[in-house]
Design a protein around this ligand. Structure first.
Ligand code: ATP
Ligand code: MG
Length: 487
């Protein structure tokens, strides 16, 4: 027989336990709402701490069947006494101090068009198709039987291709240097971009004959092969690091972007100005990605040896605070969708405290494409996740800011003190079965008290959630100023 799960005691009656069936509570999307300081984080932490204690007792915590992923914006859940000792903490840091952890993403991460189109805000009509070609080319190089030989061949025919396009070469000189800087060995050359520029500086168009000729110093090229061997001979002798390049996924993608940019511009299939803004954005996002993500074969977001993961975004910059949860949610959902089909008893619980950070409609700072894609991803998890055993727990101060689709699809609600009319209305709309008398209590609930309602708690009930010892509480204590100031 299933042992019920204790939520707390009835408000005002300490001796009376409020319980819920464990399965209907945890196999559900849970929404915890309330103003700042009302006790949301403690409620969330208490439920999962008790859940882990019980799983440990039953020997199921380390089976990996149930996976728990916490998105922690403020580093509230990282200390060793919080949640459970088995948890693995990932402290993500965009300032990239040494020794910080990275999100384990699947190895196709760097080739994922959807992800990179969103991260780089690629325009739909021109930049996205170009990006697709870059990612495909990068993948072809990496997957080739002999990647270095493949890359060498690609570069040779590219250099030869300048024959007949001498004028374009003059225009492309700087971009050419930037592209080729990726293949020149930086360790042996202090500044590879300048070095490449130096070696191609002398190349010029010799227009004195009917057929155009590329010329460097005394070296001429009349045919494509001569162009490659004579004209680019200085460049060809620079030390290269093709092996390193093909083994570093972000670099190979950046290289392909620069390479295809030159190639397509030269052939006239793109207009320079349509694509040029995409490249620095791609390079910038690749730089951030290096600090935050680590590719692992098949992905490791769900792993039996780490059933509880906490991703702390305390040291992540504002943009990444919004992007990392999206990437995590996307890949966790993808992994669970394939796992959930074959393993009927598997589940993933994605727990997002302070969910307004990412599920808000109102965020002004960021591009709409990021926001829409993120909301769509989370909305899909809320709508479809249950079928695959993926459940979302969100907590938020501002339910009125959060996408109504997400709020209304929650199965179980824990509503702490809320005073703002808009928030009360948002919650009232989603939890229509709360009667008037109960809802009039919401603005006056004491700390740690909430109205529990949903599939696991059929009658809206006022619950005082048990207080945990201080060391087990999330790090969000009220400050005791009277003691601090010695009053
Ligand atoms: N169940 C409880 N019983 C007694 N006190 C509680 C309870 N839950 C929380 N508190 C107290 O309320 C304070 C704030 O709690 P908590 O950090 O959980 O609030 P919150 O709603 O998450 O706030 P925020 O939105 O700012 O993150 C804490 O200092 C905690 O000690
Ligand atoms: Mg909190």
């Amino acid at each position: 027989m299933e042992k019920p799960f204790r939520l707390g005691s009835l408000v005002g009656q300490e001796g009376v336990s409020v319980v819920a069936p464990t399965s209907s509570l945890f196999a559900s999307h849970i929404g915890i709402f309330g103003n700042t300081g009302s006790g949301k984080s403690n409620t969330l932490c208490k439920f999962y701490t008790d859940c882990f204690d019980r799983m440990r007792e039953a020997g199921s915590l380390d089976s990996g069947k149930g996976q728990f992923i916490f998105i922690d914006f403020n580093g509230e859940y990282t200390s060793s006494d919080v949640l459970c000792p088995e948890k693995k903490v990932y402290e993500l840091d965009t300032a990239a101090k040494a020794g910080k952890q990275k999100v384990p993403v699947p190895d196709d991460f760097y080739f994922d068009l959807e992800t990179w189109a969103i991260l780089t805000q690629a325009t739909e009509k021109t930049q996205r198709p170009f990006l697709r070609a870059c990612l495909r080319t990068a993948r072809k190089i990496v997957d080739a039987h002999n990647s270095v030989a493949y890359l060498e061949k690609m570069m040779r025919s590219f250099l030869e291709g300048y024959f007949g396009h001498e004028r374009v070469f003059a225009e492309q000189r700087d971009d050419f240097a930037r592209c080729m800087a990726f293949v020149v060995d930086k360790d042996n050359l202090r500044d590879s971009e300048d070095k490449v520029r130096e070696t191609v500086e002398d190349i010029e168009i010799f227009a004195g004959t009917a057929t155009p000729i590329l010329r460097i110093g005394n070296a001429y090229g009349n045919s494509a092969a001569e162009v490659e061997s004579n004209v680019f001979s200085a460049f060809n002798t620079l030390p290269k690091k093709l092996r390193d390049l093909v083994e570093d996924l972000p670099s190979i993608v950046e290289f392909c972007a620069r390479f295809l940019f030159l190639q397509r511009w030269r052939s006239g299939s793109i207009a320079r100005e349509h694509i040029s803004s995409l490249i620095p954005r791609l390079e910038n996002q690749m730089k951030e990605a290096r600090k935050l993500y680590e590719t692992t074969p098949g992905g490791k977001l769900l792993s039996a040896d780490e059933p509880v993961k906490v991703f702390s975004l305390l040291d992540a910059n504002l943009d990444q605070k919004k992007l990392v949860p999206l990437i995590i949610a996307k890949y966790v959902y993808r992994e669970q969708r394939s796992r959930g089909r074959s393993e009927q008893d598997s589940s993933v619980h994605l727990i997002v405290d302070e969910a307004h950070n990412i599920l808000s409609y109102d965020s002004q700072r960021e591009s709409e494409s990021w926001r829409d894609y993120r909301l769509e991803t989370f909305e899909e998890i809320v709508k479809e996740g249950r079928k695959f055993g993926m459940y979302l727990t969100v907590s938020s101060q501002r339910p009125s800011d959060i996408s109504p689709t997400i709020i209304s699809q929650m199965h179980n609600y824990f509503i702490h003190r809320l005073v703002n009319d808009d928030d009360l209305r948002a919650v009232g709309k989603a939890v229509s079965f709360i009667d008037h008398a109960t809802s009039s209590m919401i603005p006056v609930l004491p700390q740690g008290a909430c109205i529990a309602s949903g599939t696991a708690i059929p009658y809206p009930t006022q619950v005082q959630v048990d207080k945990m010892p201080t060391i087990k509480q999330p790090h969000s204590y009220d400050r005791d100023l009277a003691t601090a100031w010695g009053f």
